[in-house]
Design a protein around this ligand. Structure first.
Ligand SMILES: Nc1ncnc2c1ncn2[C@@H]1O[C@H](COP(=O)(O)OP(=O)(O)OP(=O)(O)O)[C@@H](O)[C@H]1O
Length: 362
């Protein structure tokens, strides 16, 4: 990994003790995830220079924003900040809001028209913020942050003030942002479903400390970290669309070590789509089952196991050689023993449910 974001923030804020250090890649979305009050927002504020903790370090893209002898003031840090509430200027039109903070001259990596197109906000330019829906306001806030030409985008729970339907409306825009721009994003959330949809890299936090940090898929399926044994255990897998059968509304998607067939309204061959599969939706068989309505039955090797009360969570590698994409399966201890399952055994993973992220909006 070429780490171009490297931070370590240490200090006390009132009664809160922060000691958080992690490295993150220069591309894609790094999610800071953890329970309320664990220090996620404080880390973002330290990165933005809004919070000063003396014994700290913040290096971004080869630039030193903070170390023992440097502390760049917030206005000198090229960050775009998106908050839970869109906080647009109420007396300005959408266009003026978008241009506020955008540099007047100099080279612009992110063009006005590109942002309008990315977030589909061209028809809103002359409106006042009060005449926008919550989702539209948040799209404008994202556009405004990007037009400041940031080198790093900071997002603090940008979806948590939105209802479920509006959240679903915005997520494809964030997924698209992630595909079309190379700006790294630090994304704070306590919602695992957002992590599964958006993150490439994950920083798990607890009580002011970093519990683990690494590529999302690795942390989701690593028996040494808490996610794999949790109730919501799931894996996110990058897939490529092979083909789409419109008569059945089914897409065939390739992942390392296997292929999934998933219902979806549309899919284009070659398109990248993310699959999320919950541990509770995967069951195991020793032998290939006969005819069944389950669309996805894939050979896989058990690479490790996490005993958890009366259940076992098996970490599987798709294919038979142990190198394919990781999958989790939660089975009862009784079935585990009954089938004689163990590390190294090749099984048939029966996948009852696959969530497929929406394609980027046209
Ligand atoms: N300036 C400050 N002075 C004193 N305490 C502070 C200060 N800033 C933050 N804290 C405390 O630090 C802790 C971490 O807060 P922070 O907002 O970073 O958590 P969080 O993980 O983002 O939580 P949430 O998900 O609820 O937003 C909290 O207990 C908060 O009260």
């Amino acid at each position: 990994m070429t780490s171009t974001i490297s931070v370590a923030f240490r200090g006390r804020l009132g009664r809160f003790d922060l000691d958080a250090a992690f490295d993150a890649p220069s591309r894609g979305v790094t999610a800071l995830f953890g329970p309320s009050g664990c220090g996620k927002t404080t880390v973002l504020r330290c990165v933005a220079g809004l919070q000063f903790l003396p014994e700290s370090r913040c290096l971004v893209n080869g630039g030193t924003w903070q170390d023992d002898s440097v502390f760049l003031r917030p206005h000198l840090r090229p960050v775009g900040y998106v908050f839970q509430e869109a906080s647009l200027f109420p007396h300005m039109t959408v266009r003026k809001n978008l241009l506020y903070g955008a540099p007047k001259d100099g080279p612009k990596e992110i063009a006005f028209d590109e942002v309008i197109e990315l977030f589909k906000i061209g028809h809103l330019l002359d409106r006042a913020p009060r005449n926008l829906s919550g989702g539209e306001r948040q799209r404008v806030a994202l556009g405004r942050a990007l037009l400041t030409q940031p080198k790093l985008l900071l997002m603090d729970e940008p979806l948590s003030a939105l209802d479920r339907q509006t959240k679903e409306e915005i997520l494809p825009f964030l997924e698209r942002l992630h595909e079309s721009l190379s700006i790294p994003v630090l994304y704070v959330t306590h919602d695992m479903s957002e992590v599964e949809r958006l993150a490439d890299h994950l920083v798990l936090m607890k009580a002011g400390r970093v519990v683990a940090s690494g590529p999302l898929g690795e942390l989701q399926s690593d028996p040494d970290f808490p996610l794999a044994a949790s109730r919501e255990a799931a894996v996110s897998i990058e897939a490529i669309v092979d083909s789409y059968d419109a008569s059945y509304g089914l897409a065939a998607l390739s992942v390392a070590g296997g292929c999934f067939v998933v219902p979806t309204a549309s899919a284009k061959p070659g398109e990248r789509r993310r699959l999320t599969i919950s541990a509770g939706d995967v069951s195991l068989a020793r032998h290939a089952p006969g005819e069944s309505t389950i669309l996805n039955v894939l050979p896989a090797r058990i690479v490790s196991v996490i005993p958890h009360e009366h259940q076992m969570v098996a970490v599987l590698a798709l294919g038979t050689d142990g190198t394919g994409a990781r999958l989790l399966a939660r089975v009862t201890r009784r079935s585990w023993e009954h089938l004689g399952l163990a590390e190294g055994v090749v099984v048939h993973a029966q996948v009852k449910g696959v969530a497929l992220a929406a394609p980027a909006p046209d």
